[in-house]
Design a protein around this ligand. Structure first.
Ligand SMILES: Nc1ncnc2c1ncn2[C@@H]1O[C@H](COP(=O)(O)OP(=O)(O)OP(=O)(O)O)[C@@H](O)[C@H]1O
Ligand SMILES: [Mg+2]
Length: 460
């Protein structure tokens, strides 16, 4: 079945609507006509139109304003403006605001037909392109977020599910676990990708300034308001607003935020003009909002409004399996950025990294790698290259003082651990050649091979 494109005509001149409608219907398009902007938006909410042809001068509202609103609320719909007494400037202004084309009255029907066909063809190409791009990215959509642990796989599955929707998301996780990274990835994999991603840190801005940062203000609304300023909500229109550290939002602002979210409208401080909002909201926090709600520091109704889809980012110490992947990822990235030859990391150093508890999570790991690369001349990072806190986790350091604790120890386990660590080091020194490692350990090569198998040691 062929697709019959839908066209919406907006013109207060009934005669003009009628003649256009007749012509376009004859060409096989489905056409609806309206005379006012309100009627048009009511229709747009119900039906998806491929193209809008709107008069530039309507009673009380300009076609440019309609155009801008359509770009925000219905980005898939193209707009052609009819410029009655077209001056060059209005035409330029229309194109700048995102109109595909403009047509002048009186209509030249032949030309108009071509313009309409072109506009619809461009629509088709754009959506086909978007589809192909999504296909292509498919499972690699979140390629810059590293993690093969179960916990991260769950995160990816959830991100995959919500990216295409407009659902409100709450990202939970300790400092440095990747909350902002995840928020951005969701935005750039959503249909809003070509609109802004705007972030604001609710914890870093003094309470009395936060309101105007969020909603904007008009000149003179308070002493330091020397000019009109749009708020983050306005700037994010059409795209995604990321409210970081939402748990630190002052109580008196929580009420206002809730109202804005319920009404999809806000006003700048000092103004009563309503600004219509179309945004996807993602918030994040590293504090326990449940607790905050219980202690009365966070409004329960706002909490429910924000926590539609939770995404929990686990701390790094709960996904140790990702530490090696992340270390190699940041090593490669840092070397590339510092224009250095690739550097590897020794097994012992990696073990130390894996044993360290990472209170600062991925951000701390990233910093450690950057600092280490900057300070070392080695082509492989060894334990000595690591900061003391982490180097103290190195296998050698742990062997140096084995102890029998009052609770007792498992001698076999401990001996196996020591054996494993020594073999790993020998393999490293011997650059992975088993014969050389065997010489270093003063054992047979075959004995070494057996031990490697029994202790399930990975050969670098
Ligand atoms: N899974 C990951 N893969 C790759 N890089 C990551 C990952 N998680 C975090 N990072 C990196 O770690 C750093 C910190 O991440 P991000 O700023 O998103 O954390 P956050 O949770 O917002 O932290 P905070 O609570 O301190 O604001 C960033 O440079 C980010 O790119
Ligand atoms: Mg952050």
């Amino acid at each position: 079945m062929t697709h019959h494109p839908q066209i919406l005509l907006i013109d207060d001149e009934v005669e003009s609507n009628r003649s256009l409608s007749t012509l376009l219907t004859r060409d096989g398009y489905r056409v609806k006509s309206t005379q006012t902007a309100e009627e048009a938006f009511a229709l747009l909410k119900k039906t998806t139109f491929d193209l809008i042809i709107s008069d530039l001068l309507l009673p009380g509202v300009s076609g440019i304003d309609i155009l801008k609103q359509v770009k925000v609320d219905f980005p898939q719909t193209s707009v052609i403006l009819i410029t009655g007494n077209a001056s060059a400037e209005t035409a330029v202004e229309a194109m700048k605001a995102g109109a595909l084309d403009y047509i002048s009255k009186p209509f030249n029907f032949e030309r108009l037909r071509i313009q309409v066909a072109k506009a619809l063809e461009k629509n088709r190409l754009v959506s086909e392109n978007r589809y192909l791009r999504q296909q292509l990215h498919g499972r690699y959509r979140f390629h810059n977020i590293i993690g093969s642990s179960q916990a991260m796989q769950h995160v990816f599955i959830r991100m995959e599910k919500v990216a295409a929707t407009d659902s409100t998301i709450l990202i939970l996780g300790a400092s440095g676990t990747g909350k902002e990274l995840v928020a951005k990835a969701i935005h750039y994999n959503s249909p809003r990708a070509e609109y802004p991603f705007v972030a604001i840190n609710c914890g870093a801005i003094p309470a009395d300034l936060l309101e105007s940062e969020l909603f904007g203000h008009i000149k003179g609304s308070f002493t330091s308001a020397v000019a009109d300023k749009p708020g983050k909500f306005e700037l994010a229109n059409g795209g995604t607003l990321f409210l970081d550290e939402i748990g630190n939002m002052p109580l008196q602002l929580q009420m206002k935020l809730l109202r804005v979210l319920q009404e999809h409208e806000c006003e700048r401080v000092g103004s009563s003009r309503k600004i219509h909002l179309n945004i996807r909201l993602i918030s994040a926090t590293n504090i326990d909002l449940d607790e905050q709600v219980k202690s009365g520091q966070f409004r329960e109704d706002l909490y429910y409004r924000l926590n539609v889809i939770p995404i929990q980012l686990p701390p790094l110490r709960e996904r140790r399996g990702d530490i090696a992947l992340l270390s190699r990822h940041f090593l490669e990235k840092t070397c590339r950025e510092m224009k250095r030859k690739p550097i590897s990391i020794s097994t012992a150093a990696l073990q130390a990294m894996e044993n360290y508890p990472w209170p600062g999570n991925v951000r701390e790991l990233e910093n450690v790698i950057e600092r280490t690369v900057a300070l070392t001349d080695n082509s492989s990072i060894a334990c000595e290259d690591l900061p003391p806190d982490i180097a103290s986790q190195c296998p050698m350091a742990r062997i140096s003082a084995p102890e029998v604790s009052p609770q007792g120890i498992d001698l076999n386990q401990m001996m196996a651990d020591i054996e494993r660590q020594l073999i790993q080091q020998a393999l490293e020194l011997g650059q992975g050649v088993k014969a050389r490692a065997a010489v270093l350990l003063n054992i047979n090569r075959t004995t070494l091979v057996e031990k490697i198998k029994r202790l399930s040691i990975e050969n670098p």
